[in-house]
Design a protein around this ligand. Structure first.
Ligand SMILES: Cc1cc2nc3c(=O)[nH]c(=O)nc-3n(C[C@H](O)[C@H](O)[C@H](O)COP(=O)(O)O)c2cc1C
Ligand SMILES: [Fe+2]
Ligand SMILES: [Fe+2]
Length: 444
């Protein structure tokens, strides 16, 4: 892959916005953001998505240069979010015969964003549709709510490339398009994870549906709309997404999410971290006063066990914790276990408010022991902290055991009914035909 050539005839025409410091008005960017667009030069010419407004002029020039006097035959609009649609109107004017491939919902949104646009030639994409460009052949799959309703992705059967819209994106820019040449692989994974947590994690079920559709495709590269192109370790990358979309933990670390006004709650957080580590559990302390919500949300997605520590503030919850829990509730993270520690000097309220946030989440539990710190941690509080460590540890061990349970399948030889479980009970009778366990055969 050369600088802007993905293959001999798939050309990159997007760009980096290195000056962008905040994405979508709220998410901090470390290096900026790339807005990717791809051009296929086959018997037919085909552009896949456009870019954001700041990159439009350069993008249109690059498109023209790479077309080398040829007409543009097709424009595929996978996703209508404005960071990928600047330039569509210009393209329709410059290449009046271009045929738009777009989902019906995409067309509705296109007309909302560009009320003046006149589209003479278009084709509504349906699941399974194909577009033959010559050697290249694009096959379309709907990806509703990953993370907008109108999203489609396409797979080029010739180059084995998945054009994935915003799925599999990263919060970063590229020096080289090939992800294996990215300067810091840990940073790239982190920015891919942070992108998923903040942009897509609310739609785990829909991501799962997309992953299911992709599971039998032979994918050599994933060209998403943000960040470098995924060219290596695609099965393990998809495995990571499977983990995230199923709200499973990435590691066994306990997250201690703490905020503090004067520092006493923070001290409790450090003591707790020490206790966990003496107990051979790794813990990561996230100081909510210091990190932005996109980082704390990313950690909340990665870890399953979360200890919340926060002071009471004007008969309410200290805003840094409120912001964290609001973003967690907003993204509907699942499968978490929380322990709660509050602080207060005259009328502690934080615990009840933290509890009410957690109750808005599905498949999340609160451990029985909580702690109220009255201003500063007292000697008697240490015992309660130890109890919290013990409960977190026990619930982790229990969960690990549950996950190790192996599920088998037995099929009824008479009617075909399939029973799933750890073992087939000896007194089991088929709920369909009534035959006993002896008429079942194990099939895995
Ligand atoms: C503006 C402000 C409002 C507060 N409101 C309350 C309150 O309503 N109820 C209470 O018990 N403590 C309240 N506190 C006290 C803190 O919650 C308490 O001092 C706590 O120990 C601070 O923990 P920290 O050292 O981790 O910041 C308030 C403190 C501040 C600065
Ligand atoms: Fe998007
Ligand atoms: Fe996007």
């Amino acid at each position: 892959m050369s600088k802007l050539k993905i293959t001999d005839d798939i050309i990159y025409v997007g760009g980096n916005n290195c000056k962008e410091r905040v994405f979508e008005g709220e998410i901090p960017l470390k290096k900026g953001m790339s807005y990717n667009s791809y051009l296929i030069l086959d018997e037919k010419t085909c552009l896949l998505d456009t870019v954001e407004e700041a990159l439009k002029t350069k993008f249109l020039a690059s498109l023209k240069r790479n077309l080398k006097q040829r007409e543009l035959d097709y424009l595929i609009v996978h996703h209508l979010e404005p960071d990928h649609t600047s330039g569509i109107v210009d393209i329709i004017k410059t290449y009046p015969d271009v045929e738009l491939y777009i989902s019906p919902m995409g067309m509705t949104l296109l007309k909302q964003f560009f009320p003046e646009v006149v589209i003479a030639h278009y084709h509504f994409i349906k699941e399974g549709d194909e577009l033959h460009l010559g050697k290249h052949n694009l096959k379309f799959y709907n990806a509703p709510m990953v993370h907008w309703p109108e999203v489609v992705v396409s797979y080029d059967t010739y180059s084995k490339t998945l054009f994935s819209a915003d799925a599999f994106g990263s919060f970063t820019v590229y020096k080289e398009l090939d992800c294996s040449l990215y300067e810091d692989q840990d940073e790239l994974l982190y920015e891919t994870r942070r992108y998923y947590a903040n942009i897509v994690s609310k739609y785990g079920q829909q991501v799962n549906a997309l992953l299911d559709k992709l599971k039998d495709l032979e994918i050599e590269r994933i060209c998403s709309l943000h960040g470098p192109i995924h060219t290596c370790s695609i099965p393990s990358l998809l495995q990571k997404y499977k983990l995230w979309s199923n709200y499973e933990k990435e590691d066994n670390k306990v997250m201690i999410a703490v905020c503090s006004i004067y520092g006493h709650s923070l001290i409790a957080g450090y003591i707790l971290k020490d206790m966990f580590e003496k107990d051979h559990r790794k813990a990561v302390l996230i100081d909510l006063n210091k990190v932005d919500f996109s980082v704390s949300l990313t950690h909340a997605m990665m870890h399953q066990d979360i200890v919340l520590i926060a002071p009471t503030f004007n008969m309410g919850l200290f805003p840094k914790m409120r912001e964290f829990l609001e973003v967690v509730v907003d993204h509907q993270l699942k499968n978490k276990r929380f322990a709660i520690i509050e602080n207060g000097s005259w009328c502690p309220q934080a615990k009840d408010i933290m509890t009410s946030y957690i109750k808005k989440l599905k498949a999340c539990d609160i451990l029985p022991t909580s702690l109220t710190i009255n201003s500063a941690l007292g000697r008697q509080d240490l015992e309660t902290l130890r109890q919290i460590v013990k409960e977190v540890d026990e619930s982790m061990v229990k969960k690990e055991k549950e996950q190790k349970k192996v599920i088998h399948k037995w099929k009824c030889k008479i009617c075909g009914f399939v029973y799933e479980g750890e073992s087939l009970p000896v007194d089991f009778h088929c709920p369909i035909c009534g035959h006993p366990a002896s008429d079942f055969v194990q099939i895995d």
